[in-house]
Design a protein around this ligand. Structure first.
Ligand code: ATP
Ligand code: LTN
Length: 330
């Protein structure tokens, strides 16, 4: 069995360095060793209200972002989830073996539902089943994501095993791929909550598209810990440890190297260096996002090729699934 890696990000309007460090950066490295499929999960995005015109724009911008960070369309396939209807078909079938109690335990659902009060759609509840369908449809062996997706992946593994036990060996049970350092980048304004697109303050995150002045401003306002030392200690110094993690990913330097570099220096100096490293890391990505957006023909071609590949693979798998479950005629 050949390895296949699959992952996806929702096309909401910003991508932050947490998404980059936790997910995208891993994808770029992995594609040199494995066959890869990367999707823009627009069906997941509509689990909360979206402006239709903006959603389409954001889907294209997300595909441009995948390419700009270094996903190579010669090695990897990029496609838009809703263009492959087998995802929703498999999701429905998996819903019939998923348990309500399992979905009720999902922390992402609980967090999002709490924020939305009475206005919680069924799609937000069944979201993890659609994610399982995305993964199982392609015989995915590994899924590179941030730590917050671990629970959804465990659930995907449970569904794969349950389906196999009920209907016969059909799905591969996929492995999560999570970064050792940087699987959960925390908010710059609060190191106890994860950096998030839906944060209430823009000071929570650095977007991949933030310009140099904004990055410097956000870093200067980032919260720090009280003892003035620049050392990695997640438990006692979560804010500085988070900045060390970000600096590690932006420069490639190890944590001990960074601690030595800033030994005896002030938080202000360190924050300035983190800002500079981020500007250096992000400016080529920003230039490439613009280039891809200015050449929509090229982007469309890449997405067409991705759709053709995904449709073919998905239909082959669904033929097996329909037969196992007894749907339609033989
Ligand atoms: P939201 O916070 O609105 O739910 P998000 O920022 O988590 O959105 P997603 O599209 O849900 O964005 O996630 C895309 C990918 O980025 C996933 O693999 C997720 O695990 C990863 N990711 C998201 N936030 C972080 C973070 N703070 N640190 C590391 N990885 C993250
Ligand atoms: N649920 C994920 C996005 C997502 C995904 C996937 C990730 C949807 N389908 C398949 C990996 C594989 C999230 O919120 N980040």
């Amino acid at each position: 069995m050949q390895d296949l890696v699959l992952s996806g990000i929702q096309p909401t309007n910003i991508v932050h360095i947490g998404n980059y460090i936790g997910a995208l950066k891993q994808w770029v490295e992995i594609q040199h060793r494995h066959r890869c499929l990367f999707c823009v999960v627009d069906l997941h995005a509509i689990t909360v209200p979206q402006d239709p015109k903006m959603l389409r724009e954001n889907s294209l911008r997300m595909a441009a972002t995948y390419l700009a960070v270094g996903i190579d369309p010669k090695r990897s396939h990029i496609f838009i989830q809703s263009e492959v209807p087998q995802h929703t078909e498999l999701s429905w079938i998996l819903e019939t073996i998923a348990k309500i109690s399992e979905l009720e335990r999902m922390t992402q659902y609980k967090d999002k539902a709490k924020k939305r009060g009475e206005n919680v759609g069924v799609g937000l509840f069944t979201y993890p089943v659609l994610m399982a369908a995305d993964i199982l449809l392609y015989d995915t062996t590994a899924v590179p994501v941030g730590e917050d997706q671990m629970q959804h992946l465990e659930f995907t593994r449970v569904l794969a095993r349950r389906f196999n036990e009920t209907f016969g060996e059909t799905f591969i049970v996929p492995q999560p791929l999570i970064q050792k350092v940087g699987a959960r980048i925390m908010g710059l304004d609060d190191p106890h909550i994860k950096m998030s697109k839906s944060a209430s303050s823009v000071l929570n995150y650095i977007a991949l598209t933030d310009d140099a002045d904004l990055i410097i401003k956000k870093l200067s306002k980032a919260v720090t810990d009280s003892d003035g030392k620049i050392v990695y200690d997640v438990k006692n110094k979560p804010a500085i440890s988070n900045l060390l993690t970000i600096y590690h990913h932006a420069t490639g330097k190890t944590l001990p190297e960074i601690e030595a570099e800033f030994s005896g220096k002030r938080y202000g100096d360190f924050k300035k260096s983190v800002a500079e490293a981020l500007i250096f890391m992000l400016s080529p990505i920003q230039e490439k996002i613009t280039l891809y957006q200015q050449d929509p023909g090229q982007l469309q071609k890449i997405l067409d090729a991705g759709r053709t590949f995904a449709l073919d693979a998905a239909e082959k798998k669904m033929n097996i699934v329909r037969e196992r479950v007894g749907l339609g005629r033989s």
